[in-house]
Design a binder for this molecule. Sequence first.
Ligand SMILES: [Zn+2]
Ligand SMILES: [Zn+2]
Ligand SMILES: [Zn+2]
Length: 94
Amino acid sequence: MAACTHRDRIKPVTPRTQGCEECLAAGTRWVALRMCLECGHVGCCDSSPGRHATAHFMATGHPVMQSAEPGQTWRWCYLDEVRWVDEAPPPGDQ
Ligand SMILES: [Zn+2]
Ligand SMILES: [Zn+2]
Ligand SMILES: [Zn+2]
């Protein structure tokens, strides 16, 4: 089974914004949120018009993100294209 080779880049980040950073700035809507696990950037998913989570990866090269939706703890690496669930609860979760 493939595994992400960038886990050492994951930091104990907290979300920088309560919603997609770029959508909040532009006043546009999103479908679901993803948080960058390297810097805490919050962006919208690929089902959203802006696709700002992917845009953040393209711009910064930060490869690992986690779903920022309530109850979802899965992570995704853009470079390895693997999805997994971490044992620890996501930052900001109760
Ligand atoms: Zn990876
Ligand atoms: Zn967005
Ligand atoms: Zn980032």
